[in-house]
Write a protein that binds this ligand. Structure first.
Ligand SMILES: Nc1ncnc2c1ncn2[C@@H]1O[C@H](COP(=O)(O)OP(=O)(O)OP(=O)(O)O)[C@@H](O)[C@H]1O
Ligand SMILES: [Mg+2]
Length: 352
């Protein structure tokens, strides 16, 4: 069954569009919410930047607190040249106050929307809509004011055919429960960013809470902010596989270990696609056994192998294998065997 494809807008953020099964329906209002430092501003900037560079869609950025210079500077750390984009009229950064924006939206000839039309903007990012609470009078008794203001903002953006991303800081005094509820309800797509402590290291997460007009991969995915590159989303490993994705194998083929007695003992090798746990006290030969399986596979069956070490450094593994007459250097050099080394504390299962 082939469903007619809606007009999806690609965020261009690495890994995010596949979680969204291709993108977000055009003119959806996307709310990005999260605690301070969770990556909301960077996500908005990358959404605009990728739009300009990869999809030739001009964009607008509206900021209330941060100076445009700071945005330009921070973006440069990721290799995004916003200055140049502004000169080419593909980008406009608008620095305003919530009060001015409020008045703008109420007047029939909004300068902001005029600017958007003039440059043919397709995307807009408004950073920190929590600040609109102050423009709407603030206070819980006035929350109807915020809701109304936000609704007005969203409507005028949709009228201009803009796909909007709005960021909202949660967990601060500004964003009362009522503010977050109203924003979540009004937005078409809600993306939640998280920054949590796991032991002594920090882990970032991304979850799509809702998205009108489409299906998506639910649950908490892993987010990383990579200098010189941008945001990267890693799909949650437990997410159910989509139909066209590679299914797990239940092969009847076997991989030999290369020690005849052991291979015979287990019926001619271990099944391909299976998981075997090697258990034993320290020094009993677990690493050696595993190394031997990889080498045997590489040499005799042309099977590529991956050795993930959370303990010994690759050089150490190669040296130790060498002392037993298992030469790995050649296979490692030509890539038949790859050794991945990482500290267990910094390991993200989704990223791997
Ligand atoms: N060049 C960089 N390289 C790696 N990580 C970076 C870089 N620049 C920023 N970061 C990370 O991104 C975080 C800031 O993200 P961002 O400003 O998007 O958060 P935010 O959710 O908008 O926060 P706030 O609510 O305070 O505005 C920093 O705390 C830092 O961890
Ligand atoms: Mg921010």
């Amino acid at each position: 069954m082939v469903m007619p494809k809606a007009d999806l807008i690609k965020t261009g953020i690495s890994g995010l569009d596949s979680i969204l099964l291709g993108g977000i329906p055009r003119t959806n209002v996307i709310l990005v919410q999260g605690v301070t430092g969770s990556g909301k501003t960077l996500m908005g900037l990358e959404f605009i930047y990728r739009g300009m560079v990869e999809y030739n869609e001009p964009g607008l950025v509206v900021v209330f607190e941060t100076s445009p210079d700071k945005l330009i500077r921070d973006a440069a750390e990721f290799g995004w040249n916003l200055d140049e984009m502004q000169q080419q009229k593909k980008l406009q950064i608008v620095f305003t106050s919530p009060q001015v924006l409020d008045q703008e939206l109420r007047s029939p000839d909004s300068l902001l929307l005029e600017a958007a039309t003039e440059m043919g903007a397709k995307r807009i990012f408004v950073d920190g809509i929590g600040l609109l609470v102050s423009a709407s009078g603030g206070g819980d008794s006035e929350r109807g004011g915020f809701r109304e203001l936000l609704q007005q903002l969203m409507e005028s953006l949709s009228r201009e055919n803009l796909t909007a991303m709005l960021s909202l800081e949660v967990g601060s005094a500004l964003a009362s429960i009522a503010t977050v509820e109203a924003s979540d309800f009004l937005a078409d797509t809600v993306i939640q960013l998280g920054r949590e402590r796991h032991g002594r290291h920090t882990q970032r997460s991304l979850e799509v809470l809702k998205s009108r007009g489409q299906d998506f991969d639910g649950g908490e995915h892993t987010l990383q902010i990579i200098a010189g590159q941008g945001l990267q989303v890693f799909r949650r490993v437990q997410a159910p596989l989509r139909v066209n994705a590679k299914q797990p194998t239940s092969s009847t083929m076997r991989s030999v270990i290369g020690v005849e007695a052991v291979d015979t003992l287990i019926g001619g090798g271990i099944f391909d696609g299976s998981t075997t746990m090697v258990v034993g006290v320290s020094g009993v030969g677990k690493t050696v056994l595993a190394t031997q399986i990889l080498r045997e596979g590489a040499l005799k069956q042309k099977k590529r192998g991956l050795l993930i070490s959370l303990d010994e450094h690759p050089a150490q593994i190669i040296r130790n294998a060498q002392t037993l007459g298992l030469n790995l250097e050649e296979q490692v050099a030509d890539g038949t065997i790859q050794i991945l080394f990482g500290g267990p504390q910094e390991l993200h299962v989704d990223a791997h």
